[in-house]
Each structure stands twice: as C-alpha cells, then as structure tokens.
Design a protein around this ligand. Structure first.
Ligand SMILES: [Zn+2]
Length: 428
C-alpha cells in the first residue's frame, strides 16, 4: 500500500503517544503505532503534538489588515473603531478587500488555521465586501474553509436598507445569518431583530450567529431572546450567540435563571477574549470589569463554548496574527482559567469545539476524516498554549501546505548548553 503521507511519532491532543498517522486521497486511513508502509511524504513529529487544524469561528475578514486605512485608531476604543470603519466602508473596492483577505489567509495557513467563520458587513448598498469575500471563499477552498455570515454592522432595523441587503447577501450565497441586537435603537427593537433574524434562518434552513449583548450593560437581555427563539423555531445548535459580554456584569440571580435556559436551547456561545478584554470595561474607573462572558459557568451547564479571534489589525484591534493559541492564552488569563482541565480545554476551544459550531464536515483526527493536521513544537496541548507553539508543519488533505523552522536559540554562556529548545522545558 503506497500512501500519500505518513506523520510519524505523534503525540495526540487526547494524550496518546508515539502514534503514526497515514493518509491517502486526502483522508486519514490509519492512526496506530509503527505503520509499516511507504509514503510520498513522511513528516517526523519526533514525539511532539499533532493536532487537527485550528478553527476561528468568529472573525471579520472584510476589515482585517486594514490597520491605518484611512487613518489609525488613536484612542483604541470601540467607538472610534466603529467611526473609522464607517469612514473606510465607502472607500472599499472589490480588489482591495479580496487582496487583504487572501493575504490574511496566507498568514492563517502558516499558523495552522484552516477554517474561519467570517462576518461580512452588509450595511453597504454596493455589497462590495460580500461579493469580494464570496470570490475569496472559492479561491481559498483548496486550503482553507471560509464560512460567511451576513452581518448588519450598523443594525438590522437601525440601518436603512440593512434588512434588504441581508436578504440579498444570503441570495448571493452567504452561509449564515448575522445580527447585532444590542446596537439597535431600543431593547425592544433589539429583541425584534433577534426574532426576525432567527425566522430568516429557520425559513432558509441556515445557521444564525448574532453579535449578542457585546456591552457592559447588566440589563442587556438579547441572549435570553436568542435562546427562546432557538427553542421556538427548533434551531438548537444551528444558533450561536457571539460575545455575550454583558453576562459578565449581569445580576447573579438572573444569571442563575439564564444559564439553564441557554443549556436547554442547545445554542452555542463564542467568546472573543483578545478583543473583549481590550474593548469592554472602558467606561469603568476602578474596579474595572473584565470583558468576558462567564465561560466556566456556561461550561458547567453543558453549553458549548468556543473561542474566536474577532479581529486582526483592523479598526477595532491593532494587534493579532491569526494565532489561535494567542486567543487560548488570553482566555486562560482573562477569565481566569488555570486548572489543568481548563487550560487543556482552551485548546479544544480553538480546534474541535469551533469545528462543531461551524458544522465542518470530516474534521478531526479519526480514520476516514480529512487528512488535515498541524505539527506543533510542543509536548502537549497545555504546552502549546503556554508557548504559543511554532507550527512546524501544516497539512491539508494529506499535503504539506506550510512549514516553519523550529524555534531554537543559540547560547553563548560558558558552562551552559550551546542550544536551547523552548519545548524541552515541558513538565515531566
Ligand atoms: Zn465580531
């Protein structure tokens, strides 16, 4: 039997050690120790972690890499970011949006990030970004799964033509229904937008993913409406609430009622720690609130929680680099979650869990699934988070699509080792 690829000597995220992974015709055909076969490509993992690819289930690809266009966000606040995006939107061209998105996907692949759910703003009557990202979705398909969400950034009701444009974007082939209820003019209009958007998703048989309660307002209640509509319309896991940062500030008694409602509805939650730790709590003096939803409590109630990146080098966030381990690392600190179980979970929250949120076919390190994987310069999942580990090799459908040399240092200290491998510091 001639194979396309064998990855030898892998440690898997579930802790299995020294296994080989064989692939043929784009699929995994065996995962076991000591596979005796030839392959066109052999990757030696040398006992390091081999995981399925990273998945970012909350991103804004229409804005990424636009940092400095048409000017920089001087204050670094959400409000200046929104104003800046409003200045940039009329200047967008199909070619420029597509080129920035393709450059971003190059970076993503180099970081082992092979699936992205991106919101795309539909509050532009030209739908320039929608058409550009639909083109990009087709171009990158051989190496990256791009799922698009029709996102009425300026409000489904609040922005003139947003409702019409959202339907047009879906007609053009955008995959998921989006929304931003906390940005509507009133709480009542926000709730009505959740109902309208969930009904569109139900009618069209699509998923729905709303920016929901992304504020520090303890009285914001849109996630409650989302859970209610997901139950009423039978959407269940096809519905997702992104951000839910107001849950951080809510009254504890109310949250004790809300958590079982969320669990019962079957909806998913996406937290975006890099961006929300910087954008939330900005009206506070001290003590200053953290900008994250209640991840440990949601998990304890059985609600699926994934972690997203949200922004990279755009009007809202000037940093970032398509590194989902940065996202996991921030979640550990910002929540905080430092038990061994919770730190290991953050790795699942940027791989397996968002893959389920997006409904990706054939994802995961199992026989019969897609031969998509990443070799990391780390001993295990927690070590990968600690080190924001180098992606030594990235494979898509059994083919190596990116390689990065291992990070090593040369020391010139008398009596000490000449070279240093950061991954060698793993606990025994
Ligand atoms: Zn977002």
């Amino acid at each position: 039997m001639t194979l396309d690829l064998i990855v030898r000597g892998a440690t898997l995220p579930d802790g299995r050690k020294n296994v080989d992974i064989a692939a043929r015709d784009g699929r995994i055909v065996a995962i076991e120790p000591g596979i005796r076969a030839e392959a066109a490509t052999v990757v030696d993992a040398r006992g390091l972690l081999v995981s399925p690819p990273f998945v970012d289930c909350h991103f804004h690809m229409d804005a990424t890499l636009s940092l400095g266009l048409p000017r920089l966000n001087r204050s670094g606040t959400l409000l200046e970011g929104i104003a800046l995006w409003g200045e940039l939107k009329p200047l967008l061209t199909h070619e420029a949006v597509a080129e920035r998105a393709l450059r971003y996907c190059d970076l993503a692949v180099s970081q082992g990030l092979l699936a992205v759910r991106s919101h795309v703003d539909v509050c532009d009557d030209r739908l320039v970004a929608v058409e550009a990202l639909i083109d990009v979705r087709a171009k990158v398909r051989p190496y990256l799964d791009l799922q698009l969400v029709a996102f009425p950034q300026d409000g489904y009701f609040r922005s003139l033509n947003a409702a019409r444009n959202l339907e047009w974007a879906l007609d053009l082939g955008v995959d998921v229904v989006g929304g931003i209820p906390h940005f509507e003019r009133t709480m009542a209009e926000g709730a009505a937008s959740v109902t309208a958007l969930c009904e569109i998703a139900a009618k069209r048989g699509l998923m729905v993913d709303l920016h929901c309660d992304e504020s520090d307002d303890p009285l914001s209640r849109h996630v409650e409406t989302l859970a209610f509509e997901a139950t009423r319309l039978g959407l269940g896991a096809r519905a997702t609430g992104s951000h839910l940062t107001s849950m951080h500030s809510m009254d504890n008694y109310y949250v004790s009622k809300l958590l079982p409602l969320l669990a019962e509805s079957g909806i998913n939650v996406i937290a975006n720690p890099l961006v929300n730790i910087t954008l939330q709590g900005r009206h506070d003096a001290y003590p200053r609130r953290r900008g994250l939803t209640r991840i440990p409590e949601l998990r304890a109630h059985g609600v699926p929680v994934a972690l997203g990146q949200d922004c990279v080098m755009d009007p809202w966030y000037g940093l970032g680099g398509a590194d989902m381990l940065d996202v996991a690392h921030m979640a550990v600190h910002a929540v905080p979650m430092t038990s061994r179980e919770a730190m290991a979970w953050t790795f699942d929250a940027v791989t397996e869990i968002p893959a389920r949120v997006m409904g990706l076919d054939g994802y995961g390190l199992e026989v019969g699934r897609n031969a998509d994987m990443v070799v990391l310069q780390a001993a295990d999942a927690i070590e990968a988070v600690r080190l924001r580990a180098t992606r030594l090799a990235v494979m898509r459908r059994g083919r190596v699509v990116a390689r990065t040399p291992a990070k090593t240092s040369e020391l010139a200290i008398p009596g000490r080792p000449a070279t240093l491998d950061p991954a060698a510091y793993a606990p025994p």
